[in-house]
Design a protein around this ligand. Structure first.
Ligand code: TYD
Length: 206
């Protein structure tokens, strides 16, 4: 029996990290084996590549090189962490996956959809469910900046983050079988309740 693969997506500061933890706790309390992981990263080599992606000048990488780096990290993550866990029947909850590459590199950096679809096709894996957390990008960036130490992408400017948000809406609309758009406003409890409702609706939670 293979585990379920659930990804969380959304712009910077939507509260994904907190919500991935909350869902992991809830599923674990119900007796499910769950692995929580994140991108870029989630395997030793992928964490090394993460440093190249999230630090330094906004213009450090050309868009195609940046996309290939996130997919190199992802290939490592899938091979060493995600696939083995799913094969063992463990559910995997992942903070960001390919949709982030579509949003940040495809739309944000202007690479376009084609290269992202091509690179994703090489992985041979798709999430069972993607929760797209949505908040207006200004509130998101304000929340993110409260954490301090803006990473490379948080310094890319308002138009970039506008394109990222548009991308997540387009992705959710184009993939209704896989994606649920979650209103990420309100308290963490409110958002967690919306996420549990989405899992129930998809038959992933009794
Ligand atoms: P993350 O650690 O999720 O940061 P945050 O908690 O601020 O959302 O991701 C780091 C950055 O990497 C984030 O700004 C988005 C970016 N990113 C990409 O540009 N492409 C990708 O494929 C992924 C997975 C992340």
């Amino acid at each position: 029996m293979t585990g379920r693969f659930i990804t969380f997506e959304g712009g910077d500061g939507v509260g994904k990290t907190l919500q991935t933890r909350r869902l992991t706790e809830t599923l674990t309390a119900r007796g499910q084996r769950v692995l929580l992981t994140r991108e870029p990263g989630g395997a030793p080599g992928a964490e090394d590549i993460r440093e190249l992606i999230v630090t330094g000048d906004p213009g450090r990488w050309s868009p195609l090189a940046e996309a290939m780096l996130v997919f190199a990290a992802r290939a490592e993550h899938v091979a060493r962490t995600i696939r083995p866990a799913l094969d063992a029947g463990t559910w995997v909850i992942c903070d960001r996956f390919t949709d982030s590459s579509m949003a940040y590199q495809g739309y944000g950096r202007g690479l376009g959809e084609g290269p992202i679809h091509t690179l994703h096709g090489l992985l041979g894996i798709d999430p069972d469910l993607t929760l797209v957390l949505d908040i207006d990008e200004k509130t998101g960036l304000e929340r993110a900046s409260l954490r301090g130490g803006a990473d490379r992408f948080e310094r890319m400017g308002a138009e970039f983050h506008n394109r990222v948000r548009t991308a997540f809406h387009d992705i959710a609309r184009a993939n209704p079988d896989r994606c649920t758009l979650i209103d990420a406003t309100g308290t963490p409890d409110d958002v967690h309740a919306r996420i549990l409702a989405a899992l129930t609706e998809r038959g992933l939670l009794a």
